[in-house]
Ligand binder design. Structure first.
Ligand SMILES: C[S@@+](CC[C@H](N)C(=O)[O-])C[C@H]1O[C@@H](n2cnc3c(N)ncnc32)[C@H](O)[C@@H]1O
Length: 249
C-alpha cells in the first residue's frame, strides 16, 4: 500500500502522497485548460510534487516552488518525461524570494505551507498572490487549524484571542508548549494555525472573491491527530475583473 505521508527533507512537516480535497480541486481546475503556457499554475511549497505532477498530467503548465531545492530535484525525477517541458522550477522562500509579473498566473496552489508563515509574511504573500493571478485565475489553500488533537489545549486560548480581537490569534510561538506529538522535531518550532475567521478576511481584502472556505478532516490525516472533523482549512478564491481594480489601487 502507498504511504499516506512522507517526511520533508528540511523538517517542514509531511508531504501528502495521496491527493487531498484541495489538491484535487486545484487539479480539476487545471484540467479545464486554465493554466496554459502564458498563464501557468504556481505550486507553493510543492515538496515532492504530488499536486504539481497531477496538474502537469491534467495538461497544465506548472511552476513548482519550494524553499528546499532538493525537493524540486525530486519533482523532476518523479515527473514523467512527456510532462517535463511544461514544468518550471522556482526555488525560494515565499513570499519574499519569489516574484511574478501581475496578472500572469492561471492558478496558485498552497497546500500545507501557509501555516509556516508569520502574520506579516502571510498578509504580504496573499497580496502578492492576488496580484500575480490573471482575471479568472484561482487560489487554492489548505492549512492546519487549531482543531487538531495535538493542539486541543490551545483551543480555549485561540477562542479567547479571537474574541478579544488579537490580530493573529492562531500564532503559536512554541509548538512544544501545547503539542506532545512524538515527532515534533520534524516541524518548525512555531506554527500559525488558521481558520475561516483569520484567513477569509485577509483574502477578501485583496479583492479576490472567496468561492468556498471550510474546515474538514483530510482522508490521509494521521489517526492520532484527529479531533472533530475540523483539522484542516480549505479555501478556493477567484480573481475577477473587479478584483484587479481593488488589488492594484
Ligand atoms: C508540509 S509540506 C507540504 C507539501 C505539499 N504541498 C503537501 O500539501 O503535501 C511543506 C512544504 O513547503 C515548503 N515550504 C515551507 N515554507 C515555505 C515557504 N515559505 N516558501 C516555499 N516553500 C516552503 C517546505 O520545504 C515543504 O516542502
Amino acid at each position: 500500500m502507498a504511504r499516506k505521508l512522507a517526511l520533508t527533507r528540511n523538517n517542514m512537516g509531511w508531504a501528502a502522497e495521496k491527493p487531498n480535497q484541495i489538491n484535487q480541486l486545484f487539479v480539476d481546475f487545471c484540467a479545464t485548460g486554465a493554466c496554459g503556457e502564458n498563464s501557468p499554475a504556481l505550486d507553493i511549497g510543492a515538496a515532492y510534487g504530488l499536486a504539481t505532477i497531477a496538474a502537469l498530467e491534467a495538461g497544465a503548465n506548472v511552476i513548482a516552488n519550494d524553499l528546499d531545492p532538493t525537493h524540486l530535484e525530486e519533482i523532476v525525477r518523479r515527473t514523467p518525461e512527456e510532462s517535463r517541458q511544461r514544468l518550471q522550477l522556482k526555488a525560494g522562500k515565499f513570499p519574499r524570494e519569489i516574484h511574478f509579473e501581475p496578472g500572469t498566473l492561471g492558478a496558485i496552489h498552497a497546500s500545507n505551507v501557509f501555516h509556516f508563515l508569520t502574520g506579516n509574511q502571510l498578509a504580504y504573500g496573499i497580496r502578492n498572490a492576488a496580484r500575480w493571478l490573471r482575471p479568472g485565475g484561482k487560489l487554492f489553500v489548505q492549512a492546519a487549524t487549531p482543531y487538531q488533537a495535538q493542539f486541543a489545549s490551545f483551543i480555549p486560548e485561540y477562542e479567547r484571542r479571537v474574541l478579544v480581537g488579537v490580530k493573529w490569534p492562531g500564532w503559536v510561538e512554541k509548538i512544544s508548549r501545547y503539542s506532545q506529538h512524538k515527532k515534533l522535531g520534524a516541524m518548525p518550532a512555531s506554527i500559525h494555525l488558521l481558520d475561516v475567521r483569520t484567513l477569509v478576511p485577509l483574502i477578501e481584502a485583496t479583492g479576490l472573491t472567496v468561492e468556498r472556505a471550510w474546515l474538514y478532516q483530510r482522508d490521509d490525516f494521521p489517526r492520532e491527530l484527529r479531533l472533530d472533523g475540523r483539522e484542516s482549512f480549505g479555501l478556493v478564491a477567484l480573481k475577477n475583473k473587479a478584483s484587479i481594480l481593488t488589488a492594484t489601487t
